[in-house]
Write a protein that binds this ligand. Structure first.
Ligand code: PMP
Ligand code: GLN
Length: 394
Protein backbone atom coordinates (compact mmCIF):
# COMPACT_ATOMS: atom_id res chain seq x y z
CA UNK A 1 0.00 0.00 0.00
CA UNK A 2 1.48 3.36 -0.93
CA UNK A 3 1.90 6.39 1.32
CA UNK A 4 -0.81 8.13 -0.72
CA UNK A 5 -3.49 5.59 0.34
CA UNK A 6 -6.17 7.39 2.39
CA UNK A 7 -5.47 7.26 6.12
CA UNK A 8 -8.63 5.32 7.00
CA UNK A 9 -7.72 2.56 4.51
CA UNK A 10 -4.13 2.42 5.78
CA UNK A 11 -5.46 1.76 9.28
CA UNK A 12 -8.05 -0.86 8.31
CA UNK A 13 -6.01 -3.76 9.74
CA UNK A 14 -4.76 -1.97 12.85
CA UNK A 15 -6.16 -3.18 16.19
CA UNK A 16 -9.08 -1.04 17.35
CA UNK A 17 -7.35 0.10 20.51
CA UNK A 18 -4.44 1.62 18.55
CA UNK A 19 -5.99 2.77 15.26
CA UNK A 20 -7.31 6.06 16.71
CA UNK A 21 -3.76 7.04 17.72
CA UNK A 22 -2.45 7.22 14.13
CA UNK A 23 1.30 7.56 13.52
CA UNK A 24 3.61 9.54 15.80
CA UNK A 25 3.97 13.23 15.13
CA UNK A 26 7.78 12.89 15.40
CA UNK A 27 8.01 10.53 12.43
CA UNK A 28 5.59 12.66 10.44
CA UNK A 29 7.46 15.93 11.04
CA UNK A 30 10.95 14.46 10.54
CA UNK A 31 9.85 12.97 7.19
CA UNK A 32 8.37 16.30 6.09
CA UNK A 33 11.51 18.15 7.26
CA UNK A 34 13.66 15.84 5.16
CA UNK A 35 11.43 16.13 2.11
CA UNK A 36 11.63 19.95 2.24
CA UNK A 37 15.24 20.32 3.35
CA UNK A 38 14.07 22.05 6.54
CA UNK A 39 16.28 22.49 9.62
CA UNK A 40 14.84 20.00 12.11
CA UNK A 41 13.98 21.62 15.45
CA UNK A 42 11.08 19.15 15.70
CA UNK A 43 11.97 15.66 16.90
CA UNK A 44 14.15 15.86 20.00
CA UNK A 45 17.50 14.35 19.02
CA UNK A 46 20.89 16.07 19.13
CA UNK A 47 22.64 16.89 15.85
CA UNK A 48 25.94 16.25 17.67
CA UNK A 49 27.45 12.98 18.84
CA UNK A 50 27.62 11.46 22.31
CA UNK A 51 30.86 11.28 24.34
CA UNK A 52 33.84 9.27 23.06
CA UNK A 53 34.40 7.42 26.36
CA UNK A 54 30.88 6.00 26.17
CA UNK A 55 31.15 4.96 22.54
CA UNK A 56 34.56 3.41 23.19
CA UNK A 57 33.18 1.26 26.03
CA UNK A 58 30.45 -0.16 23.77
CA UNK A 59 32.91 -0.84 20.95
CA UNK A 60 35.24 -2.62 23.39
CA UNK A 61 32.32 -4.70 24.67
CA UNK A 62 31.55 -5.82 21.11
CA UNK A 63 35.20 -6.61 20.44
CA UNK A 64 35.49 -8.53 23.72
CA UNK A 65 32.62 -10.79 22.65
CA UNK A 66 29.77 -9.48 24.81
CA UNK A 67 27.39 -10.54 22.09
CA UNK A 68 24.89 -12.79 23.83
CA UNK A 69 21.74 -12.09 25.85
CA UNK A 70 22.24 -9.98 28.94
CA UNK A 71 20.50 -11.10 32.15
CA UNK A 72 16.79 -10.21 31.95
CA UNK A 73 17.06 -7.43 34.53
CA UNK A 74 20.34 -5.97 33.20
CA UNK A 75 24.09 -6.59 33.46
CA UNK A 76 25.12 -6.47 37.13
CA UNK A 77 27.61 -3.60 36.71
CA UNK A 78 25.02 -1.32 35.11
CA UNK A 79 22.33 -2.21 37.66
CA UNK A 80 24.80 -1.43 40.45
CA UNK A 81 25.72 1.95 38.93
CA UNK A 82 22.04 2.88 38.44
CA UNK A 83 21.36 2.01 42.09
CA UNK A 84 24.42 3.94 43.30
CA UNK A 85 23.55 7.02 41.27
CA UNK A 86 19.98 7.03 42.59
CA UNK A 87 21.29 6.64 46.13
CA UNK A 88 23.69 9.56 45.65
CA UNK A 89 20.91 11.73 44.20
CA UNK A 90 18.30 10.90 46.83
CA UNK A 91 19.89 9.43 49.95
CA UNK A 92 17.64 6.37 49.47
CA UNK A 93 19.35 3.01 49.30
CA UNK A 94 18.47 0.78 46.36
CA UNK A 95 19.09 -2.96 45.95
CA UNK A 96 20.47 -3.33 42.41
CA UNK A 97 19.36 -6.98 42.17
CA UNK A 98 15.78 -6.66 43.42
CA UNK A 99 14.94 -3.05 42.55
CA UNK A 100 16.59 -2.11 39.22
CA UNK A 101 15.45 -3.28 35.78
CA UNK A 102 17.35 -2.24 32.64
CA UNK A 103 15.03 -1.70 29.67
CA UNK A 104 15.22 -0.76 26.00
CA UNK A 105 14.90 2.96 26.55
CA UNK A 106 12.50 4.72 28.85
CA UNK A 107 9.84 3.93 26.24
CA UNK A 108 10.01 0.24 27.10
CA UNK A 109 10.15 1.02 30.82
CA UNK A 110 6.91 2.99 30.42
CA UNK A 111 5.23 0.19 28.51
CA UNK A 112 6.41 -2.44 31.00
CA UNK A 113 5.18 -0.34 33.93
CA UNK A 114 1.71 0.13 32.44
CA UNK A 115 1.34 -3.43 31.17
CA UNK A 116 2.82 -4.99 34.29
CA UNK A 117 1.20 -2.85 36.96
CA UNK A 118 -2.15 -1.56 35.66
CA UNK A 119 -5.22 -3.73 35.08
CA UNK A 120 -7.72 -3.18 32.26
CA UNK A 121 -10.40 -0.75 33.39
CA UNK A 122 -8.24 0.94 36.03
CA UNK A 123 -7.59 4.66 35.75
CA UNK A 124 -4.30 6.46 35.33
CA UNK A 125 -4.02 10.21 35.94
CA UNK A 126 -2.10 11.86 33.10
CA UNK A 127 -0.97 15.45 32.77
CA UNK A 128 -1.35 16.98 29.35
CA UNK A 129 0.37 18.01 27.17
CA UNK A 130 1.81 14.50 27.42
CA UNK A 131 4.57 12.55 25.73
CA UNK A 132 2.75 10.69 22.98
CA UNK A 133 3.65 7.17 24.05
CA UNK A 134 1.71 7.52 27.33
CA UNK A 135 -1.85 7.33 26.00
CA UNK A 136 -0.74 4.70 23.46
CA UNK A 137 0.70 2.45 26.20
CA UNK A 138 -2.38 3.02 28.35
CA UNK A 139 -4.51 1.92 25.40
CA UNK A 140 -2.39 -1.22 25.04
CA UNK A 141 -2.87 -1.91 28.75
CA UNK A 142 -6.63 -1.35 28.49
CA UNK A 143 -6.40 1.37 31.15
CA UNK A 144 -8.41 4.58 31.17
CA UNK A 145 -6.59 7.93 31.21
CA UNK A 146 -7.87 10.80 33.40
CA UNK A 147 -6.45 13.97 31.88
CA UNK A 148 -5.25 17.03 33.79
CA UNK A 149 -4.38 20.01 31.63
CA UNK A 150 -1.34 22.21 32.37
CA UNK A 151 -2.06 25.65 30.91
CA UNK A 152 0.28 28.46 29.84
CA UNK A 153 1.93 30.65 30.90
CA UNK A 154 2.84 28.86 34.16
CA UNK A 155 1.63 25.31 33.40
CA UNK A 156 0.85 24.96 37.12
CA UNK A 157 -1.03 22.06 38.66
CA UNK A 158 -4.64 22.98 39.43
CA UNK A 159 -5.19 21.60 42.92
CA UNK A 160 -8.97 21.20 42.56
CA UNK A 161 -8.63 19.39 39.25
CA UNK A 162 -5.94 17.10 40.64
CA UNK A 163 -8.06 16.18 43.65
CA UNK A 164 -11.05 15.55 41.36
CA UNK A 165 -9.03 13.32 39.01
CA UNK A 166 -8.39 10.73 41.73
CA UNK A 167 -11.17 8.31 42.58
CA UNK A 168 -11.91 4.70 43.54
CA UNK A 169 -10.66 3.35 40.19
CA UNK A 170 -7.33 5.25 40.25
CA UNK A 171 -4.41 2.86 40.06
CA UNK A 172 -1.61 5.28 39.15
CA UNK A 173 -0.50 8.76 38.24
CA UNK A 174 2.09 9.32 35.56
CA UNK A 175 4.41 12.22 36.21
CA UNK A 176 7.04 13.58 33.83
CA UNK A 177 9.41 16.06 35.43
CA UNK A 178 11.25 17.93 33.93
CA UNK A 179 8.32 17.95 31.57
CA UNK A 180 8.26 17.49 27.80
CA UNK A 181 7.00 19.61 26.01
CA UNK A 182 6.41 22.52 28.44
CA UNK A 183 9.87 22.52 30.07
CA UNK A 184 8.12 22.70 33.44
CA UNK A 185 9.97 21.43 36.51
CA UNK A 186 7.29 20.39 39.01
CA UNK A 187 7.64 22.27 42.30
CA UNK A 188 8.06 20.58 45.63
CA UNK A 189 4.60 21.75 46.73
CA UNK A 190 2.98 20.32 43.57
CA UNK A 191 4.76 17.03 44.21
CA UNK A 192 3.68 17.03 47.87
CA UNK A 193 0.09 17.32 46.70
CA UNK A 194 0.54 14.44 44.22
CA UNK A 195 2.12 12.33 46.98
CA UNK A 196 -0.77 13.12 49.32
CA UNK A 197 -3.27 11.97 46.69
CA UNK A 198 -1.33 8.74 46.05
CA UNK A 199 -1.26 7.95 49.76
CA UNK A 200 -4.93 8.78 50.24
CA UNK A 201 -6.10 6.66 47.28
CA UNK A 202 -3.50 3.91 47.69
CA UNK A 203 -2.29 4.68 44.15
CA UNK A 204 1.17 4.25 42.69
CA UNK A 205 3.22 6.82 40.76
CA UNK A 206 5.20 6.21 37.61
CA UNK A 207 7.71 9.02 37.10
CA UNK A 208 9.44 9.69 33.80
CA UNK A 209 12.66 11.54 34.64
CA UNK A 210 14.58 11.29 31.36
CA UNK A 211 15.43 15.02 31.53
CA UNK A 212 16.64 14.74 35.15
CA UNK A 213 20.03 16.35 34.39
CA UNK A 214 18.66 19.22 32.25
CA UNK A 215 17.36 21.63 34.88
CA UNK A 216 18.03 25.36 34.41
CA UNK A 217 15.76 26.84 37.07
CA UNK A 218 14.33 25.31 40.22
CA UNK A 219 15.20 21.93 41.64
CA UNK A 220 14.50 18.44 40.32
CA UNK A 221 12.63 16.78 43.18
CA UNK A 222 12.13 13.04 42.87
CA UNK A 223 8.68 11.95 43.92
CA UNK A 224 10.17 8.76 45.41
CA UNK A 225 11.86 10.88 48.11
CA UNK A 226 8.60 12.29 49.51
CA UNK A 227 6.86 10.85 52.55
CA UNK A 228 5.40 7.39 51.90
CA UNK A 229 6.45 7.39 48.24
CA UNK A 230 9.58 5.22 48.30
CA UNK A 231 7.53 2.05 47.92
CA UNK A 232 4.77 3.57 45.77
CA UNK A 233 6.92 5.03 43.01
CA UNK A 234 8.42 3.51 39.89
CA UNK A 235 11.20 5.91 38.83
CA UNK A 236 12.06 5.70 35.14
CA UNK A 237 14.89 7.21 33.18
CA UNK A 238 17.30 6.54 30.35
CA UNK A 239 20.70 7.59 29.06
CA UNK A 240 19.49 9.05 25.75
CA UNK A 241 19.19 12.71 26.70
CA UNK A 242 21.95 12.96 29.31
CA UNK A 243 24.54 11.35 27.06
CA UNK A 244 23.26 12.65 23.71
CA UNK A 245 22.79 9.09 22.40
CA UNK A 246 19.05 8.90 21.83
CA UNK A 247 19.48 6.00 19.40
CA UNK A 248 20.99 3.66 21.99
CA UNK A 249 17.71 3.15 23.84
CA UNK A 250 19.08 2.05 27.20
CA UNK A 251 16.71 2.92 30.03
CA UNK A 252 15.74 1.64 33.46
CA UNK A 253 13.07 1.34 36.12
CA UNK A 254 13.79 1.67 39.85
CA UNK A 255 11.12 0.46 42.25
CA UNK A 256 10.59 -1.58 45.42
CA UNK A 257 10.59 -5.37 44.85
CA UNK A 258 6.78 -5.66 44.66
CA UNK A 259 6.48 -3.01 41.95
CA UNK A 260 9.62 -4.30 40.22
CA UNK A 261 7.88 -7.69 39.96
CA UNK A 262 5.18 -6.04 37.81
CA UNK A 263 7.69 -4.21 35.61
CA UNK A 264 9.69 -7.41 35.07
CA UNK A 265 6.56 -9.51 34.44
CA UNK A 266 6.05 -7.40 31.31
CA UNK A 267 9.70 -6.66 30.43
CA UNK A 268 10.63 -10.36 30.25
CA UNK A 269 8.09 -10.86 27.46
CA UNK A 270 8.39 -7.48 25.71
CA UNK A 271 12.12 -7.55 24.99
CA UNK A 272 13.50 -9.99 27.62
CA UNK A 273 16.81 -8.09 27.76
CA UNK A 274 18.46 -4.94 26.46
CA UNK A 275 21.37 -4.87 23.94
CA UNK A 276 24.38 -6.21 25.89
CA UNK A 277 27.24 -4.07 24.46
CA UNK A 278 25.16 -0.93 24.85
CA UNK A 279 24.62 -1.78 28.52
CA UNK A 280 28.42 -1.84 28.89
CA UNK A 281 28.53 1.57 27.21
CA UNK A 282 25.79 2.84 29.51
CA UNK A 283 27.79 1.64 32.52
CA UNK A 284 30.78 3.70 31.37
CA UNK A 285 28.42 6.68 30.92
CA UNK A 286 27.17 6.41 34.50
CA UNK A 287 30.76 6.51 35.73
CA UNK A 288 31.17 10.02 34.23
CA UNK A 289 32.66 12.55 36.65
CA UNK A 290 30.51 15.47 37.92
CA UNK A 291 32.30 17.78 35.47
CA UNK A 292 30.59 15.92 32.59
CA UNK A 293 27.15 17.00 33.85
CA UNK A 294 28.28 20.60 34.45
CA UNK A 295 29.60 20.90 30.90
CA UNK A 296 26.42 19.36 29.49
CA UNK A 297 24.22 21.79 31.39
CA UNK A 298 26.38 24.82 30.50
CA UNK A 299 26.07 23.94 26.82
CA UNK A 300 22.29 23.60 27.07
CA UNK A 301 21.99 26.83 29.04
CA UNK A 302 23.63 28.68 26.15
CA UNK A 303 21.45 27.01 23.52
CA UNK A 304 18.35 27.71 25.57
CA UNK A 305 19.19 31.41 25.84
CA UNK A 306 19.94 31.60 22.12
CA UNK A 307 16.61 30.06 21.10
CA UNK A 308 14.41 31.72 23.74
CA UNK A 309 15.80 35.20 23.02
CA UNK A 310 15.86 34.61 19.26
CA UNK A 311 12.22 33.50 19.12
CA UNK A 312 11.10 36.40 21.32
CA UNK A 313 12.94 38.88 19.08
CA UNK A 314 11.11 37.45 16.03
CA UNK A 315 7.75 38.06 17.75
CA UNK A 316 6.76 34.74 19.36
CA UNK A 317 5.35 34.75 22.86
CA UNK A 318 7.85 32.38 24.44
CA UNK A 319 7.39 30.28 27.59
CA UNK A 320 11.01 29.83 28.75
CA UNK A 321 11.57 26.25 29.94
CA UNK A 322 12.86 25.52 33.47
CA UNK A 323 14.22 22.21 32.19
CA UNK A 324 14.43 19.77 29.20
CA UNK A 325 15.66 20.76 25.75
CA UNK A 326 12.34 22.02 24.42
CA UNK A 327 10.68 25.40 24.31
CA UNK A 328 6.99 26.09 23.78
CA UNK A 329 5.89 29.33 22.16
CA UNK A 330 2.61 30.93 21.08
CA UNK A 331 2.58 31.31 17.29
CA UNK A 332 -0.65 33.33 16.98
CA UNK A 333 1.12 36.67 16.32
CA UNK A 334 1.85 35.28 12.82
CA UNK A 335 -1.78 34.82 11.87
CA UNK A 336 -2.04 31.11 11.01
CA UNK A 337 -5.22 29.38 12.17
CA UNK A 338 -3.70 26.53 14.21
CA UNK A 339 -0.49 24.73 15.16
CA UNK A 340 -0.65 22.17 12.36
CA UNK A 341 -1.01 24.79 9.61
CA UNK A 342 1.67 26.91 11.30
CA UNK A 343 4.12 23.97 11.35
CA UNK A 344 3.35 23.09 7.74
CA UNK A 345 3.96 26.70 6.74
CA UNK A 346 7.26 26.68 8.67
CA UNK A 347 8.50 23.55 6.92
CA UNK A 348 7.31 24.40 3.44
CA UNK A 349 7.86 28.16 3.28
CA UNK A 350 10.40 29.01 5.99
CA UNK A 351 12.59 25.88 6.00
CA UNK A 352 12.36 25.04 9.70
CA UNK A 353 10.60 22.04 11.28
CA UNK A 354 8.90 22.20 14.69
CA UNK A 355 6.26 20.07 16.43
CA UNK A 356 2.54 20.99 16.55
CA UNK A 357 1.65 20.34 20.23
CA UNK A 358 -2.02 19.58 19.60
CA UNK A 359 -0.78 15.97 19.20
CA UNK A 360 -0.07 16.02 22.94
CA UNK A 361 -3.63 16.80 24.11
CA UNK A 362 -6.76 14.64 24.10
CA UNK A 363 -8.61 17.73 22.87
CA UNK A 364 -6.36 19.11 20.11
CA UNK A 365 -7.91 22.57 20.57
CA UNK A 366 -5.86 22.98 23.75
CA UNK A 367 -2.63 22.94 21.73
CA UNK A 368 -3.69 24.92 18.68
CA UNK A 369 -1.94 28.17 19.64
CA UNK A 370 1.35 26.50 20.52
CA UNK A 371 4.48 25.32 18.75
CA UNK A 372 7.38 23.29 20.18
CA UNK A 373 11.01 23.85 19.19
CA UNK A 374 13.92 21.60 20.29
CA UNK A 375 17.31 23.12 21.17
CA UNK A 376 19.36 19.93 21.36
CA UNK A 377 21.22 21.24 18.31
CA UNK A 378 24.56 22.90 17.60
CA UNK A 379 24.58 26.66 18.12
CA UNK A 380 25.25 27.05 14.42
CA UNK A 381 22.11 25.04 13.58
CA UNK A 382 20.06 27.17 15.97
CA UNK A 383 21.45 30.42 14.50
CA UNK A 384 20.66 29.29 10.98
CA UNK A 385 17.14 28.26 12.01
CA UNK A 386 16.56 31.65 13.69
CA UNK A 387 17.85 33.37 10.60
CA UNK A 388 15.27 31.51 8.50
CA UNK A 389 12.52 32.11 11.08
CA UNK A 390 13.14 35.85 10.96
CA UNK A 391 11.37 35.75 7.56
CA UNK A 392 8.15 35.47 9.61
CA UNK A 393 8.61 39.09 10.66
CA UNK A 394 8.36 40.41 7.11
N1 PMP B 1 9.83 10.26 27.95
C1 PMP B 1 9.93 11.49 27.48
C2 PMP B 1 9.26 12.59 28.21
C3 PMP B 1 10.64 11.76 26.32
O1 PMP B 1 10.72 13.00 25.85
C4 PMP B 1 11.26 10.71 25.65
C5 PMP B 1 12.02 11.07 24.43
N2 PMP B 1 12.38 10.24 23.59
C6 PMP B 1 11.12 9.41 26.17
C7 PMP B 1 10.40 9.22 27.33
C8 PMP B 1 11.70 8.21 25.53
O2 PMP B 1 12.95 7.89 26.02
P1 PMP B 1 13.84 6.75 25.37
O3 PMP B 1 14.40 7.30 24.11
O4 PMP B 1 14.87 6.47 26.41
O5 PMP B 1 12.98 5.59 25.11
N1 GLN C 1 11.33 12.38 22.81
C1 GLN C 1 11.53 12.96 21.52
C2 GLN C 1 10.72 14.24 21.41
O1 GLN C 1 9.89 14.52 22.23
C3 GLN C 1 11.14 12.10 20.34
C4 GLN C 1 11.10 10.65 20.52
C5 GLN C 1 10.49 9.97 19.33
O2 GLN C 1 10.72 10.31 18.21
N2 GLN C 1 9.68 9.02 19.59
O3 GLN C 1 10.93 14.94 20.47
Amino acid sequence: MSSTTPATEQLAQVAHRLAPLGSTIFTEMSQLAQAHGAINLGQGFPDFDGPEFVKKAAIEAITAGHGQYAPMSGIPRLSRLIAQRFATDTGLSVDPVAEVTVTSGCTEALAASFLGLVNPGEEVVLFEPYYDSYPACLAMAGATPRFLTLRPPEFSVDEGALRAAFGPKTRAILLNTPHNPTGKVFSRSELELIAEMCRRHDAIAITDEVYERLVFEGEHVRLATLQGMRDRTVTLSSMGKTFSLTGWKVGWAIACPKLTAGVRAAHQFLTFATATPLQHGAAAALEAPPSYYRTLLDGYRKRRALLVEGLAAIGFEVYPPQGTYFVLADHTPFGLPDDVSFCRHLIEKVGVAAIPPSAFYHDPADGRNLVRFAFCKNEQTLCEALDRLSALRR
